[in-house]
Design a protein around this ligand. Structure first.
Ligand code: ADP
Length: 287
């Protein structure tokens, strides 16, 4: 039976460390601030934004949500982002995705000041993945590393297989594992014989959005399996991994819900604190 990697427990530990760090920063009169830009009234986005706001307040971060209507023009959205870029009290700017169809998401994400790019989606940060040192890794990817580290799962030298190459999860996660010296294979929709690759994985990250994609036969005995999928099947949330069979064979596995999900918001807070430190503290302050 695999060890269950409980995201809620790990996220609670991250939050505890962060609350202390934020309290120390506030003693140095550094008050980290996150601004979330929310366009339109999609219920799921609104609920994600509320949970971000709630966790920020809980930890002593300042958080502000800028709500814009679904028919906001691209130029007005950009103007709002530029106001945040120019505001010295703001450390982190997050544009909640997805944006409405009439808005060019790539263009908007390029408008965020790269030093305030808390999601790590600005091309300048993406370019920094290539040298293994972005200012911050995207929140889900950062959460995966946090899980591996806190589970004492080695990464260097391991064979890591990432199923999925979205720019939000799959691609940055493969880059992060490579930066930590894993041997990385990235699979995607056109990969032939997926199982031949996944069966080699010491670390298997699945972010494909396909319920039941990975079954026990597709997994090496003892592997660490990180399931990033969130699918609704018959009213229940399930991942991309068939938990009941894979749990019998893997060495460790994240459940869905309650695995990677709880880490994602916590890592947004951690990224905000990191950007605040980089912007506001000199090397001497950091000593
Ligand atoms: P997410 O945001 O969770 O990464 P996306 O829907 O944006 O999800 O991306 C899904 C990714 O998963 C894509 O890169 C796609 O190529 C990959 N994918 C989807 N289905 C399969 C599959 N059956 N086998 C391998 N990769 C897949």
């Amino acid at each position: 039976m695999a060890r269950i990697l409980d995201g809620k427990v790990i996220a609670a530990a991250v939050k505890q460390d962060l609350a202390m760090e934020i309290a120390q920063l506030r003693e140095k009169e550094v008050q980290p601030k996150l601004v979330v830009v929310l366009v339109g009234d999609d219920a799921a986005s609104a609920s994600y934004v509320r949970s971000k706001e709630r966790m920020a307040r809980e930890l002593g971060l300042e958080a502000e949500v800028i709500k814009l209507s679904a028919d906001v023009s691209e130029s007005e959205l950009m103007r709002q982002i530029e106001l945040q870029n120019a505001d010295d009290s703001v450390d982190a700017v997050l544009v909640q995705l997805p944006l409405p169809e009439h808005i060019d998401t790539d263009w908007v994400l390029m408008g965020v000041d790269p030093t305030k790019d808390v999601d790590g989606f600005h091309p300048q940060n993406i370019g920094r993945y290539a040298i293994g040192s972005p200012l911050v890794w995207p929140c889900t990817t950062a959460g995966i590393l946090e899980i591996l580290e806190r589970a004492n799962a080695p990464v260097a030298g391991q064979t890591a297989v990432v199923v999925g190459r979205s720019r939000i999860v799959g691609w940055p996660t493969a880059q992060l594992l490579l930066a930590h010296n894993a041997t990385v294979v990235q699979c995607h929709r056109q990969t032939r014989n997926l199982a031949e690759f996944t069966r080699q994985a010491d670390i298997l990250v699945v972010a494909a959005g396909q319920a039941g994609l990975i079954r026990a036969d597709d997994v090496k005995a003892g592997a660490v399996v990180i399931d990033v999928g969130i699918n609704r099947v018959d009213g229940h949330l399930v991942g991309d991994v068939d938990f009941d069979s894979v749990v019998q064979k893997a060495g460790a596995i994240t459940p869905v819900p309650g695995g990677v999900g709880p880490l994602t918001v916590a890592m947004l807070m951690k990224n905000t604190v990191r950007l605040a430190r980089i912007r506001r503290l000199t090397k001497e302050d950091e000593r």
